[in-house]
Design a protein around this ligand. Structure first.
Ligand SMILES: NC(=O)c1ccc[n+]([C@@H]2O[C@H](COP(=O)([O-])OP(=O)(O)OC[C@H]3O[C@@H](n4cnc5c(N)ncnc54)[C@H](O)[C@@H]3O)[C@@H](O)[C@H]2O)c1
Length: 341
C-alpha cells in the first residue's frame, strides 16, 4: 500500500482476515505514518514506494496518495508488471489516464480505480432491480454526497494536488455511479453554489447529466452543507422507484402501496473488503474487474467535461418583466398596466 493517510485506515481494516490478499508493506513519504500503520498490521514500512518495490516481490499495489501523484506512482508499478488498484480519481487529467491505461494493456496487468460505492452490496442489488425492468423505463437518477467539512487546510482544496474542489473529490463517486446505472454519459452541465469557506475551489455544485440513452440525472455535492438525507441514490422509473440509503435500501412499484426493503445500508469496510476481493480474483483470472480501466478513464473524461461546463457557466437571463414582477413594480410596468386597463 502506498500512502498511509486517512483512506489507508479503511484499507487496513479491510485487509484484516482477508482470504484473497495479504498486505505485506506500506510506504509513505511520512515514514512515521507508514511505520505506525505497518506495525499495527505486522508488515514492513518504507519511506518511498521505490524502496518498497525494490525489497518486496509485490503482486499488486493499492495507491492511496493524493490525486496528482497517481500517474507517476501507477506508471512506476505498471511498468514493473505489478497490478494496480488506484484510489479515485484515477488522475486529474485525461492524457495521464490514457497513458496509464495504455501502459497497463502493454504490460499485461490489471488497472482499476477504487470507487467504493460500486462495491456496496445495496448498490449492486439496486442495479439488478433496475436491470430486471420491474421499475419500468428509467427516467431520472438523483444522487447527493454532501457533508460539512472544513477543507481550508487540506490538499483536497488545493487545485494543484486535487485537480479541483468538491466536483472532482465527491463527484468522481457520483459520475461512477451514474455510469454504472445509466451507461455512458452524453452531456454534462455543472452549476456552482455559494462558497462559504472562502476556498479557491468550488465547495458546492449541482451536476446535471444526460445519458446516451436519454436518461436525465443530477447530483448535489457539497463540503459546506449536509442535506441530512436518508438516501444517496434515488432512481425513478415509469413504474416505480428505488432508493439506496445509508441505513436501509428499498424499492416500490407504482402498483404496490408498500416499499420493499432489500438492503441494510452502507458499510464502508465491507465495501473495501469486496473491492479487494474483486481485485484479487480478477488478478487470479477468477472474475472480471467490476470497475475496468476503461470505466476509470471514462470517469476522468466526464470529469474533464464537467470542469469545462463549469467554466463556461452559460446561464440564460430571466426576462426583465419577470424580475420586475417579483420586485417592486417599476414605473414602466405601472404605465403598461394602466394602458391595459
Ligand atoms: N474511496 C473513498 O471514499 C476515499 C475517501 C477519501 C480519500 N480517497 C482518495 O484516497 C486518496 C488519498 O486520500 P486521503 O484522504 O487518504 O489523503 P491523506 O492526505 O490522508 O493521505 C495521503 C498520504 O499519502 C502520502 N503521500 C503523498 N505523496 C506520496 C508519495 N509520492 N509517495 C508516498 N506517499 C505519499 C502522504 O504523506 C499521506 O500520508 C485520494 O486519491 C483520495 O481522493 C478516497
Amino acid at each position: 500500500m502506498i500512502g498511509a493517510g486517512s483512506i489507508a485506515q479503511a484499507y487496513a481494516q479491510a485487509f484484516e482476515n482477508s482470504e484473497t490478499a495479504q498486505l505485506v508493506a506500506v510506504a509513505d513519504i511520512r515514514f512515521s505514518a507508514a511505520k505506525a500503520l505497518a506495525e499495527g498490521l505486522g508488515c514492513r514500512s518504507y519511506d518511498s514506494y521505490e524502496a518498497m518495490a525494490a525489497e518486496n516481490g509485490l503482486d499488486a499495489v493499492a495507491v492511496c496518495t493524493p490525486p496528482v501523484t497517481h500517474p507517476e506512482i501507477c506508471l512506476y508499478f505498471l511498468e514493473r508488471k505489478v497490478h494496480v488498484l488506484c484510489e479515485k480519481p484515477l488522475s486529474i487529467d485525461v492524457s495521464s489516464a490514457r497513458m496509464m491505461l495504455g501502459t497497463a494493456k502493454r504490460c499485461g496487468v490489471k488497472l482499476t480505480m477504487a470507487s467504493k460505492f460500486r462495491y456496496v452490496e445495496d448498490v449492486v442489488r439496486a442495479k439488478s432491480i433496475v436491470v430486471s425492468g420491474i421499475l419500468g423505463e428509467i427516467i431520472l437518477f438523483e444522487n447527493a454526497f454532501t457533508s460539512r467539512v472544513d477543507m481550508s487546510s487540506r490538499w483536497n482544496a488545493d487545485i494543484e494536488v486535487s485537480g479541483g474542489g468538491v466536483l472532482i473529490d465527491n463527484g468522481t463517486h457520483s459520475v461512477d455511479l451514474m455510469r454504472y446505472f445509466l451507461g455512458p454519459l452524453a452531456d454534462v452541465q455543472v452549476v456552482e453554489g455559494k462558497r462559504s469557506q472562502g476556498l479557491a475551489v468550488e465547495e458546492t455544485v449541482r451536476i446535471f447529466v444526460r445519458s446516451t440513452s436519454g436518461v436525465m440525472g443530477s447530483s448535489d455535492l457539497s463540503w459546506s452543507i449536509n442535506k441530512e438525507l436518508d438516501s444517496y441514490v434515488n432512481i425513478y422509473g415509469s413504474q416505480g422507484t428505488v432508493s439506496v440509503g445509508w441505513k436501509e435500501s428499498k424499492y416500490r412499484q407504482s402498483s404496490n402501496l408498500d416499499w420493499v426493503v432489500f438492503g441494510k445500508g452502507y458499510d464502508k469496510v465491507d465495501a473495501f473488503r469486496r473491492q479487494i476481493v474483486n481485485f484479487s480474483r480478477a488478478i487470479a483470472g477468477e472474475e472480471q474487474l467490476l470497475i475496468t480501466a476503461e470505466d476509470a478513464l471514462a470517469s476522468v473524461e466526464v470529469m474533464e467535461a464537467a470542469y469545462a461546463a463549469l467554466r463556461q457557466n452559460r446561464w440564460t437571463a430571466v426576462s426583465r418583466r419577470e424580475i420586475c414582477d417579483h420586485a417592486k413594480p417599476s414605473e414602466e410596468l405601472i404605465i403598461e398596466a394602466r394602458n391595459v386597463a
